[in-house]
Design a protein around this ligand. Structure first.
Ligand code: B12
Length: 147
């Protein structure tokens, strides 16, 4: 598979840096070209980087409990700025408190994220899903990022 570029970062005013470093290492080792924007990344900074590098994937992290606010409207903003086919994954401690994971996943899927992950996710399985999603996206399959 042709190397895919991904934009990685922690959204909003969130400064949790450890998971971001782990994700950078894991995805780089898996063969992706990772552009890591680090922590406290705005929606437009992800988009600027994706446009600049021709990235196929944006990986959003949110750990500090304000994910719902920070992540809202991101898909629409991508489309507005011409990124119609970018794959967007989101993960971390996306909401405050003990909301059942099914509800969290449904909420973020409704916002337009292609896949939604909790902190305990197995990153190897994420890599498998991502390879599949990129393959489908390259083939023009409508089931992924139909925005
Ligand atoms: C260390 C820490 C801090 C440090 C961060 C230092 C630094 N620069 O990194 C400090 C002290 C600064 C801090 C501050 C705060 N923190 Co803090 N912090 C933690 C703590 C203890 C560990 C985080 C960590 O490093 N984990 C280890 C890494 C490896 O795990 P991770 O970050 O979860 O990332 C993994 C997964 O989530 C997943 N993942 C993450 N993103 C994505 C994205 C995708 C696409 C995928 C597939 C997977 C994925 O993969 C990562 C790698 O394995 C957690 C509790 C915990 N046990 O997680 C609380 C925690 C995250 N903090 C919390 C809070 C509330 C805060 C503060 C708001 C506290 C406050 N009132 O000031 C502030 C926020 C400051 C800010 N602006 O961001 C809460 C968040 C609650 C929520 N979301 O519901 C937690 C969960 C503690 C708690 N139980 O309440 N914190």
């Amino acid at each position: 598979m042709k190397t895919a570029t991904m934009i990685l970062g922690v959204i909003g005013s969130d400064c949790h840096a450890v998971g971001n470093k782990i994700l950078e290492r894991v995805f780089s080792d898996a063969g992706f070209k990772v552009i890591n924007l680090g922590v406290m990344v705005s929606q437009d900074e992800y988009i600027d980087a994706a446009i600049e590098t021709g990235a196929e994937v944006i990986m959003v992290s949110s750990l500090y409990g304000h994910g719902e606010i920070d992540c809202q409207g991101f898909r629409e903003r991508c489309v507005e700025r011409g990124l119609h086919r970018v794959i967007i994954y989101v993960g971390g401690n996306l909401v405050i408190g003990k909301t059942p994971r099914e509800q969290v996943i449904a909420k973020f899927e409704q916002m337009g994220y292609d896949r939604v992950f909790m902190p305990d996710v197995d990153l190897e399985s994420v890599i498998e899903l991502l390879r599949e999603d990129i393959k489908k996206q390259r083939l023009g399959n409508e089931s992924i990022s139909k925005y």
